[in-house]
Design a protein around this ligand. Structure first.
Ligand SMILES: [Zn+2]
Ligand SMILES: [Zn+2]
Length: 196
């Protein structure tokens, strides 16, 4: 029996409860796509929105800079409000995240190779990351955001966190954003694993 049939049978007392339940879970028309199965609402404009159209804001969305999540007022948006309130922020985030992927990265142990590069910027930090790659990409994100093409003296650490019987690993890192001129990189052959 679907909800509509339940709604039609409201003549007896036993069905009154069903009606109340139905009303509290009432499907609304999605303001965006017109679906009649919308049970959610946009937190910004309060209009009904279905689960296919709603946009949730969570830390995963801005994984390379979770601080962005805190600047967004609501956690669920209809497509209209998302377009106005979140899309420009997400667009900028994606541009920097893409730039972060081509940032040049040198580890602290490569200090010999990077010794001619300037270290004028304050170090940047990535804390409590779920994996090593995210920690590294977060550092690169900060460098890209500040207009640099590289990050040096990079150190990535892992810590085992015990929570009752459950153990997990979190990653953190630091590095110094800088402008890397390839001609200032000194090739240190002692570091290359392949002797050729
Ligand atoms: Zn919809
Ligand atoms: Zn809205």
């Amino acid at each position: 029996m679907n909800n509509l049939q339940m709604f039609g049978k409201t003549t007896t007392d036993s069905n009154l409860k069903s009606k109340t339940q139905f009303m509290s879970n009432q499907n609304q028309i999605c303001n965006s796509c017109g679906s009649t199965k919308s049970k959610l609402a946009c937190e910004s404009c309060q209009t009904s929105v279905c689960k296919n159209c709603i946009q949730f804001i969570d830390d995963e969305r801005f994984v390379l800079n979770p601080e962005i999540t805190k600047t967004i007022l609501h956690s669920a948006y209809c497509p209209n409000c998302f377009e106005k309130e979140v899309a420009p922020i997400e667009e900028k985030y994606k541009q920097i995240a893409t730039a972060a992927e081509s940032i040049l990265v040198y580890d602290k142990i490569q200090g010999k190779e990077t010794r001619l590069l300037k270290r004028l910027e304050k170090p940047v930090f990535a804390k409590q990351c779920t994996d090593r790659k995210i920690a590294l990409l977060r550092l690169a994100y900060f460098a890209a955001e500040a207009g640099f093409n590289g990050i040096i003296d990079v150190e990535i650490k892992s810590d085992k966190i015990r929570n009752g019987s459950y153990q997990t690993t979190i990653w953190s890192g630091s590095g110094i954003p800088t402008h890397i001129e390839p001609k200032k990189i000194i090739k240190d052959r002692s570091l290359t694993k392949n002797p050729n």
